[in-house]
Design a protein around this ligand. Sequence first.
Ligand code: Z5A
Length: 215
Amino acid sequence: MIPGRFITLEGIEGAGKSTQARLVAQWLRSAGFTVHSTREPGGTALAERLRRVVLERGEEDILPVTETLLMFAARAQHVAHLIRPALQRGEWVVCDRFTDATRAYQGGGRGVDAALIDSLAGAVQAGVQPDCTLLLDLPAAIGLARAHARSGGSADRFEAETLAFFERVRESYLAIARGDPRRVRLIDASAAVQTVQARIEVVLGELVHEARASR
Ligand code: Z5A
């Protein structure tokens, strides 16, 4: 059996992760793999409820540390009930965002202590790590323009953030990629959908080749 792989997609608002995550899953299925398409925060019934809590614009301010804990609460459910069991069965998991998003948004964007994030990640993931992360990178202004065109003014808590916030998030993502270039593959996401897709398929080809060789 070819061992399953855990692939995550990351990037700022409007980078096109969801579009490319669908294409990645399609590509892998047509290559014959069993694939779970999932997302964070979310992926289980409780985690999807927590997603609504962190995205909605309520009257009470959510503290950065609270936001971090909610992300990891959702992640704990997701890892235990979906991601780990699928990987143990030798299946592939394609996940729209994972812990790099916490490092970039709560760490880089909101200033939450990196040591706290590391410690929560260790406890919640207990050894589950992405094999490959596709970081879709583009200038924050382009990403925000795409996202605003799509949402048409009904912004969630994150979409309502400033350009400076998303620039900090982008810088954090780029720092993560510099620190772990084997896992994190930087993809220029400012091009057309099909061009970005072709760039990603090169990486997927390498990953499948490596998975088959490791049988
Ligand atoms: N968050 C966090 O803070 N901490 C965490 O630990 C986690 C998450 C896990 C929800 O995530 C929020 O949670 C997120 C960070 C935070 N908020 N923000 N920002 P989400 O991933 O669901 O939210 P999102 O970033 O808004 O994702 P999205 O809706 O999937 O947007 P996207 O990744 O950019 O995907 P898209 O829908 O494919 O593309 C957006 C639009 O651009 C859409 O109209 C597309 O048709 C268009 N698009 C896509 N690709 C292209 C190209 N190549 N050219 C032109 N237009 C394009």
